[in-house]
Design a protein. Sequence first.
Length: 495
Amino acid sequence: MKFRYKVLLVNIIIIAITLSVSGYFIMSRQNRLMMDAEIKNAVTENNLLESVIEYSLLDVINDPQSTVSDALPDIADRISAGMLSTTTELFVGYESELIYSSNIEDTIPKNVLKQTSSNGRKNYQITEEKKGSFVYVVSSVYVEEKAITIITKRNITDTRTIITYNIYVFRIFIIVILMISGLIVYVLSLLLTRPLEKLNRVTDEFAEGNFDTRSRVRSRDEVGLLSEKFNHMADSVEGHIDELNDMLHRRDQFVADFTHEIKTPMTTIIGYADTIRSVELPRETEVKAANYIFSEGKRLEQMSQHLFDLIYLKDGEIPKQPVNTQALGDSVVETVLPSIEGAGITLESEFDSETLVGDASLLKTVFINLLDNARKATVAAKESDAKDDSKIIRFTGRKITFHPDKDDEISKKNKSSDSSSEWYQFVVEDQGIGIAEEDIDRICDEFYMVDKSRSRREGGAGLGMSLVAAILKEHGADLSIESELGVGTKMIVTF
């Protein structure tokens, strides 16, 4: 059952019960008052007749020649002719026998005739007969120790009819009120539940995959709040769906790129191995082919190691320990110095001694990759400009104190709200060929290479910067890149 019908049914039941109960008490009181008025009038009339009969009997008692039984019918007849209303009849009994009736065609119930009153009290009885409704009032007068019963029969059929009609009108009134109130409640419930219907349709659309649909319900009640919550939920779900779709796209792209990247060295290895196997080659050519196989094999090994590190970073928990920045920098310099100096490049380094919390080997991997990229870019710059042979790579680490009112750039990069805080920055700066602005945003994507031919020649696979970004993310560090084509690149890592 729809909610609006439930609201309608509940309200009709409440209204019906309220009207019925209140109407019952009102009608009962009104009917009781009307019947009490009829009974009071009947009793008053009986009192009057009783007084007149008693007064008339005084002359009979004082007259020795008259008897009460003989005089009563004449007295009652005179009273009936002169005092009774058209709705009342008089009956007189003497010694429990009916001796007078104002309407000879009418009779009274035997149980009424047998009733007597004492101590001035009057008995009354309401009866339903074929001719209508009547109230009998019985009073007794004792003359010469004999009981005279005075009975009045008052017709209250009209009052009964009015009562019955009032009840009928009240029932019609309740039915009409229920119909009108039901219509009003239905319209109101329809208006109140319309926002819920709209929200229900939006939910169905959302469930069918239309994730950009939103609720347009705008109200300041619980339904409006529910609409806002739904829209917030929809935004969150749509964001997660976009993330999942992006992740699926990146996964497919990763598989495609990995397949493409692994195909090149495998083709080289298979080609040179087949040549060595099937053709008798001079020693020099055979060594050259073996060198190609070795270098491509090493490239595959490096690629697999980088892939393993990436998977480990995404799925594993990294144990972290205190790391001295100066010892870390010196260790990195010791590792990369032979290859940098072998390329005819000067490496300058200087580090402030502080303590970071992280994995020393992974952090070492970060700076080895950054310095190796700087070496490759500097070598490329030297090849393009043979006249300028003096190139320098600087690798520094320093502690900085951040003040929001002064260091606006640091504030933007690190999004700190502290009034004052300490940071540590490693900077790798080269004088290489630089990176184009459109390449900076994608440089940390898997298998992305600015210069594919040079990267492959150097043994790269486009995974180094992806690994750097993943390691820094796990350490809560930020990487910012400043570069200009033909001038050089500055890689800034902030802890």
